[in-house]
Design a binder for this molecule. Structure first.
Ligand code: SF4
Length: 579
């Protein structure tokens, strides 16, 4: 991965591609690279949908190698949702394939002059950019079927659905999984809208004829990978819970902890929890002939995903993840797994962030647009987004816009981005991450649920403010480098936080692959550098420390059953980035 592919979508005479060496960006990958390019090359005050914004797509440092779990793809830009810097990442096949083709990043720049839609093919022979308005407003599933018919069963797709074409701020970028299904999404922050603004419907990646990326020290790499895989298999979360029940194993756990946001963050426990839990979901899937065990890309040894089929055994969607089950389930008062699966399918097809859409529909329900618990109404509301009706466009712009449109105070967003599936009053450490992440409310930026709830990497009382600043700070630093920049799936965090030999195996993988000799401290410094760069962009874009806050009602409205408010002070929040 020694080159960057730049495609100027606004070039005179039509889109023009050129390849350049990494230059100053050498040694960076994934989020480290997307944020470095956005930070250096995108004017912070530009319009996110304008010609000056760039969409940067970057595999992780280890993507395309045989390192287990290394297939995440980072997508970065200035976010139409937050107005700040954005990196959203996804699994699926594109990262591994782009890595093998030698690309550290694909950068979409400029803006096409008309409404023409483009498809881009990247293969061993180079890049081919074609106009194709027949793809206009296709859902991701139909789009991928068309691409398969044209390019065969082995290519991977990075694409947008109608929401991206409409440039809605909740639009995602879809990546195909091992079965060429558009089920893995870089969901957050409206990255799909930026791809839509560039006029790119799909990037088709064909790595035929390319080999695995080779490590600098093959023997050490092989040994490290062995220890790495053994460590992931040994840990109870990565070796047992996630493979058995998927991420939705968390529904019962977080509900039990009283931090499962219910009906637009009004309660911390949901009566219908058992109907939508990971245990029920896995049983439903397997009894119908689906599967509760599936990897989203080759080389995944945890395999937290699955296949959700209907009562007749027909494929509906991939196993809805915990965040989706919560967003479209408890948060909207819905306890019907089939309805949640339909909502997940619609989100994937239209190209929408399930977290943002679940939070948005719950805000709309609070506004009286539909009743809490009305699954049919929720499905119709998502269909409004897909059709692009005026109501749909409001909803597709996210919870903050919807809250404003309907005059609702209780809107769970930070920097304009919806909170995920943990109430910050019941898990105060994740509240610190939501408030202070450079990305807006984002659990993956610093997953404090580990020590707050799961006793992984230590124990910090979830209901008290003590210890939360350090926890959220350290996790944000580690995440920026160790997972988001290497291409590693976030779920490795459980094993590396608890098992020093597994942590060391990851460091050894990075070093033996790159030929470097990084210590854990060096990698921590890299993580700090990434956060600093991102925060600096946000400040240049007009944000201040005052944007590192939760909405007021979390400080005033006690959350049952613990009847507790968010306890961490603003002064303490301001210390998170002060290391
Ligand atoms: S653990 Fe889950 S999300 Fe992570 S790579 Fe495997 S299937 Fe994908």
């Amino acid at each position: 991965m020694d080159k960057i592919l730049r495609i100027n979508m606004g070039a005179d005479g039509g889109p023009a591609a050129n390849t350049e060496s990494l230059g100053d960006y050498a040694g960076l990958g994934g989020r480290g690279l997307t944020s470095a390019i956005v930070s250096k090359e995108v004017p912070p005050l530009c319009h996110p949908l304008g010609e000056d914004n760039k969409l940067v797509i970057a595999p992780g440092l280890l993507s395309g190698s045989t390192a287990a779990m290394s297939g995440r793809l980072s997508v970065g830009c200035k976010s139409p949702l937050t107005g700040g810097i954005k990196e959203a990442n996804a699994g699926g096949m594109p990262a591994q394939m782009l890595g093998r083709l030698g690309y550290a990043a694909v950068v979409l720049e400029g803006k096409p002059k008309g409404d023409t839609l483009y498809k881009i093919l990247i293969n061993k022979d180079g890049v081919d950019i074609k106009e194709d308005n027949s793809l206009c407003m296709l859902g991701n599933y139909d789009l991928v079927d068309k691409i398969k018919a044209e390019y065969g069963e082995k290519v991977a797709c990075i694409s947008i659905g109608p929401a991206g074409e409409m440039k809605l701020a909740a639009a995602s970028v879809a990546c195909t999984d091992m079965e060429q299904r558009p089920t893995r999404h870089a969901g957050r922050g409206g990255v799909g809208a930026v791809m839509g603004a560039k006029g790119v419907k799909v990037i088709v990646i064909d790595d035929a004829g390319m080999k695995m990326r080779q490590p600098q020290d093959p023997e050490k790499f092989k040994e490290a990978n062995k220890t790495w895989v053994a460590g992931l298999r040994k840990h109870s979360v990565t070796g047992e819970s996630l493979p058995a029940y998927g991420t939705n194993v968390l529904t019962n756990i977080i509900n039990e902890a009283g931090a499962f946001p219910t009906k637009n963050f009004m309660w911390g426990q949901f009566d219908g929890c058992n109907n939508i839990s990971g245990e029920t979901q896995a049983e439903t899937e397997t009894s119908r002939g689906g599967s509760a065990l599936h990897g989203c890309h080759r080389g995944c040894v945890i395999r937290c995903s699955g296949t959700y089929v209907n009562k007749d055994g027909h494929y509906i969607t991939k196993q809805p993840e915990y965040e989706t089950v919560w967003a479209h389930g408890a948060n909207c008062g819905i306890d019907d797994l089939d309805a949640i699966a339909q909502l997940d399918r619609l989100d994937d097809d239209f190209g929408l962030d399930t977290i943002e859409m679940g939070a948005t529909i719950a805000v709309a329900m609070e506004a009286g647009v539909a009743e809490f618990g009305d699954a049919k109404a929720a499905i119709n509301l998502i269909k409004e987004v897909g059709k692009g009706t005026p109501l749909g466009r409001i909803l597709g712009s996210g919870a903050a816009v919807t809250g404003k449109a309907y005059g609702i105070e209780r809107v769970p967003v930070v920097k304009g981005q919806s909170m995920p599936a943990y109430d910050p009053r019941g898990v105060q450490g994740i509240g610190v991450t939501y408030a202070t992440s450079t990305m807006g409310a984002d659990h993956t930026a610093g997953y404090s649920v580990t020590a707050n709830i799961l006793d992984v990497g230590g124990t910090v009382d979830p209901l008290k403010p003590e210890g939360q600043i350090e926890l959220a700070r350290n996790l944000q630093i580690a995440t920026a480098m160790l997972t988001d920049s290497t291409g590693m799936c976030l779920f490795i965090a459980f094993a590396i936080l608890d098992q020093p030999d597994t942590f060391q195996a990851l460091v050894d993988l990075i070093n033996s692959f790159s030929g470097q000799n990084f210590t854990a401290e060096d990698l921590t410094e890299q993580g700090k550098k990434i956060l600093k760069m991102e925060r600096d962009f946000n400040f240049r874009a007009g944000m201040t420390e005052k944007d590192d806050r939760l909405p007021d009602y979390f400080k005033k409205e006690p959350l049952p059953p613990h009847n507790i408010t968010f306890q961490v002070t603003d002064e303490d929040l301001d210390q998170v980035h002060n290391w």
